[in-house]
Structure formats: structure tokens, C-alpha cells
Write a protein that binds this ligand. Structure first.
Ligand code: MN
Length: 266
């Protein structure tokens, strides 16, 4: 999108997948305080790993909640839906005007490599991008972190840059911040998504009523030797910024597939 003209007010919509009371979202709002008019529309409860799910068979409800940043209180809504629902509802119903920028996070835990597909945090930003807005997803690479200050400072830096420069049409940014003190972060690296998968199994367990259930258990496997990936940047102490797009077409395969004989039964 083209950067907004200097006289138009900057409006920033904040969302996440960890729920409206998550520390990462509170820290994100505090970090972006002063960059524009902030509005929070976030899930009422945790929605991690829901991916790009939307609610189509149940009512979606939104209620206003208190939300404070250092400069005062900002409008905020808790939504009984997914991160993608939140962005849709915000833009179509709850907000008076279209946001200049949508920032999702700060997620509790990394969203690198294949995890981008499972991530509700990234999906909120993807939805914003589909709707034609500039969008950034921010994650801190530590599931148990309570201090999001360093990640917040990087989120602010990235948000300011995007507000100034605008993103190419259909492109959103996936930002991952290594869990390190500020002075141990080496800088920012523009990366690609690492090739990876989860090697998974399910643990079968027994509940107190003596019925069996399954619990997903897996190990993340990085299959990528490349030095320019999101996972490598994090390992090396860099803030990783990966441009993503929602067009999932395998463009490189188009030409080959068009040459296949699709009409043969043999
Ligand atoms: Mn999450």
C-alpha cells in the first residue's frame, strides 16, 4: 500500500491469537503507543494454532473491554472468534475507519518455518493483507516469556518503517524476535521461511473416567541448510523479517502441469 498522506490520521488495529488479556498484546499496545490511534480487537480466549479458521456456523459476539496504554485508555473489543474473525469483524463492523496498519502479536512463542501455517497470529495479519491493508505479525521466540519489552521495541521499529514505506500489494511481514537481551540482538535480517516439518506422534493417555484420549506430541525438524532462513536468523540472534503472501499457488509448477496429458484414462 502507498504510505498514507501526512494529514490522514494513522490508525493501527491490534490483534493476536493468545487472547485479549495476553501479556504480549498488552506489551505490543504499549510499544506502539503514540504511533497513531490504536484499537484492539482480539479473541476473548486463546486461539493459538487455529490457523486461518473463521467462524461460519456459530454466532460471533464482541464486547467492549477496558484496555490501557501508557498515554491512557484505548478502544478494545473481545471477540468470541478466531484471529481472522477479529480482523474481519473489526474492519467490517467495529471500526469507524479502515486501519492504516494491522499488527498482530506479540505472540508467545516463535512462528517460523512451517508453523506459519498453523499460526493464528500470522493469520490475523494475513486476513488484513487479503483485505488490502498493510500488516505485520510479531512473535517472541519464547513460549514462557513474561517480558516483551525488547520484542515491543522491534515491533515499534518495524511498524514505523512500514508506515513510512508501505508494503508491496499482497505482502505481509512475519517478524520473529529472538529471546535475548537487547544488546545481544545482532540486528535485523530479511529472511525466507525455512523448510521444515514436525515429526509427530500422539501419546495415548487415560482420563479420570478411564476413557482414552490422545495428546499431540512432536519434534520440530528443520530440513533447511540455507543461511537466509527465519530459523537460522533466530539462532544467530537476528530479528527475522519474512515477507509472506496469501497466494499459495505453486507458480513454478504451472508450466509443467499445463503440459501434462490430463485427458487420458490410461
Ligand atoms: Mn499464540
Amino acid at each position: 500500500m502507498a504510505p498514507s498522506s501526512s494529514d490522514a490520521p494513522v490508525r493501527i488495529l491490534l490483534c493476536n491469537d493468545d487472547g485479549i488479556r495476553a501479556a504480549g498484546l498488552q506489551s505490543l499496545a504499549a510499544a506502539l503507543d503514540g504511533l497513531g490511534d490504536l484499537v484492539v480487537v482480539a479473541p476473548e480466549s486463546e486461539q493459538s494454532a487455529v490457523g486461518h479458521a473463521i467462524t461460519t456456523r456459530d454466532p460471533v459476539r464482541a464486547h467492549a473491554v477496558e484496555f490501557s496504554v501508557p498515554s491512557g485508555s484505548i478502544p478494545a473489543y473481545a471477540v468470541t472468534g478466531t484471529p481472522a474473525d477479529c480482523v474481519k469483524l473489526a474492519c467490517h463492523e467495529l471500526l469507524d475507519a479502515r486501519p492504516t496498519l494491522v499488527v498482530s502479536g506479540i505472540n508467545h512463542g516463535p512462528n517460523t518455518a512451517v508453523n506459519v501455517l498453523y499460526s493464528g497470529t500470522v493469520s490475523a495479519a494475513t486476513e488484513a493483507s487479503i483485505l488490502g491493508m498493510d500488516a505485520v505479525a510479531v512473535s517472541l521466540c519464547d513460549w514462557s516469556a513474561t517480558d516483551f519489552e525488547v520484542a515491543g521495541r522491534w515491533a515499534r521499529r518495524v511498524a514505523k518503517t512500514v508506515l513510512r514505506s508501505g508494503l508491496p500489494q499482497g505482502t505481509l511481514l512475519n517478524v520473529n524476535v529472538p529471546a535475548r537481551p537487547a544488546d545481544e540482538i545482532q540486528g535485523l535480517a530479511v529472511t525466507r521461511q525455512a523448510r521444515s516439518r514436525w515429526e509427530e506422534g500422539f501419546e495415548e493417555r487415560t482420563d479420570p473416567a478411564d476413557r482414552s484420549y490422545y495428546w499431540l506430541a512432536g519434534t520440530f525438524v528443520d530440513l533447511d541448510e540455507g543461511q537466509e532462513t527465519d530459523t537460522r536468523a533466530i539462532e544467530n540472534g537476528y530479528v527475522s523479517v519474512t515477507p509472506l503472501q496469501h497466494d499459495l499457488t505453486a507458480h513454478d509448477a504451472l508450466e509443467d502441469l499445463r503440459d501434462w496429458s490430463w485427458d487420458s484414462d490410461e
